[in-house]
Design a protein around this ligand. Structure first.
Ligand code: HEM
Length: 406
């Protein structure tokens, strides 16, 4: 058995039949899955999750394991002692510098303390009227009969909401465009190692990053940044711009699609804020933007039974679909009795000490946008997008819709 006692503590989860079986994938099996893994990684992982809840990938010179069952997720994320020194975070660091998302130890703790209050529930609730106003203004320009591509539009709206929340002036469009370009570059590098040697790709990435940093520099006037050295403030500002808009936008596109396909939910959410929140929570259960979370086991730190250097991969996408009854169906009402706090089977915003600092903000922004959008329009979906599982879970090619009367 690969894992030690800690991970083997079974809380007789909701899917006891799979227990904590560990399935070992060798090089040959991995190669067989490679083409689909490149194109539809989320589907492969989901099918693996149906077969076994813990997987070990045995490659010469490297060790990785995928853990899908809630007790394992809790063990990994609650302790917060596994490191973030993984490919995912190293790549993001090239864009953001060392900030809250990828830092560790005392400097992470200090930054987290600084940012927790401004992103706390009270601060977010206080900003609600302004966020509502921003969203109203955004949709004021929309008319019945128009065709819109919701992916791009909601990215812009999410960046504007963030700007309004932070009360800082930056170009939302530049932020959206530069983050998209830079994140696409990072994603392509992970799919195609040859790209690492492409000078053109490197130049385009550097240009996108420079544009983003220029906008991020404006956040230095945001009061919490006062307590930080300039380089650190820039890294935190860039982190907020990167982590704080595209995730929200992706979640909203999927939520909008689910509502467009479920008239009862769409009609009910307009007049019922509580239901709008459940719809949003259910959307991020089915389509969690941060669909993969990675950690590295370090010498003297990690989990008993997982050797130093092991890459640990968790997937809210897989766990949240497999550990809920009728987990692949859109049932917002399930959140009536679901606890608010993140858990090992519901962690779209992560869990434990590294839980998303923007969680409260996203949970307020999402329902506001859905209520405003659907109080004005019905959406005729012109093309149902496939999932594009990159750094985040995005709709491939966006979501083109025609606006119909509500
Ligand atoms: C639907 C929207 C969002 C989703 C699904 C999401 C998801 C996540 C997840 C899963 C993590 C934990 C990653 C890990 O443990 O490795 C995280 C961390 C983080 N998120 Fe979000 N996020 C969202 C919105 C936001 C917003 C609006 C902001 C800020 C404006 C933000 C800023 C951050 C930061 C700074 C961290 C790092 C926290 C730390 O490690 O201390 N996120 N997010």
């Amino acid at each position: 058995m690969v894992f030690g006692s800690e991970l083997m503590v079974e809380r007789q989860a909701e899917r006891p039949e799979r227990g904590a079986t560990v399935h070992v994938v060798g090089v040959r099996e991995l190669l067989r899955h490679l083409p689909v893994l490149r194109d539809r990684p989320e589907e492969v992982l989901l099918s693996w999750g149906r077969r076994a809840s813990r997987w070990q990938i045995a490659l010469p010179g490297s060790r990785a394991c995928l853990l899908f069952d809630p007790p394992a997720v809790e063990a990994v994320l609650r302790r917060g002692s596994l490191s973030k020194r993984t490919f995912q975070y190293r790549e993001l660091e090239r864009l953001t510098g060392r900030g809250l998302l990828n830092d560790e130890g005392e400097s992470w703790r200090a930054a987290r303390r600084l940012l927790s209050l401004p992103f706390g529930r009270r601060a977010v609730e206080a900003a609600r009227p302004e966020l509502e106003d921003e969203v109203r203004r955004f949709f004021d320009g929309w008319r019945v009969g128009q065709e819109r591509e919701l992916g791009g539009e909601l990215c812009l709206l999410s960046a504007r909401m963030l700007r309004r929340f932070l009360r800082v002036t930056f170009s939302a469009r530049t932020v959206v465009e530069s983050v998209e370009q830079a994140v696409d570059h990072i994603f392509e590098r992970s799919r195609n190692p040859w790209r690492r040697w492409s000078p053109w790709a490197a130049v385009r990435f550097a240009e996108a990053r420079a544009a983003l940093w220029r906008e991020a520099a404006r956040l230095r006037s945001w009061p919490p940044m006062d307590g930080l050295p300039p380089a650190r403030a820039l890294a935190e500002a860039t982190t907020l711009l990167v982590a704080g808009h595209e995730t929200v936008a992706s979640s909203l596109v999927w939520a909008a699609l689910l509502c467009a396909e479920t008239p009862v939910a769409r009609e009910r959410l307009v007049g019922d804020p509580r239901f709008a929140r459940w719809v949003y929570q259910e959307a991020v259960r089915l389509f969690p933007p941060a669909w993969l979370i990675t950690r590295r086991v370090e010498e003297g730190f990690g989990l008993e039974g997982l050797g130093p250097g092991t890459l640990v991969v968790l997937s809210p996408y897989v766990t949240q679909r497999l550990w809920f009854p009728e987990g692949e169906r859109f049932i917002p009402e399930r959140f009536q009795s679901e606890p608010e706090a993140p858990s090992g089977r519901y962690f779209p915003f992560g869990l434990g000490p590294r839980v998303c600092v923007g969680r409260e903000l996203a949970l307020v922004e999402g329902p506001i946008v859905l209520q405003e959008l659907f109080s004005r329009f019905r959406l005729q979906v012109l093309r149902r997008p496939k999932v594009r599982a990159g750094i985040t879970l995005r709709p491939d090619g966006g979501l083109p819709v025609r606006l119909e009367p509500a």
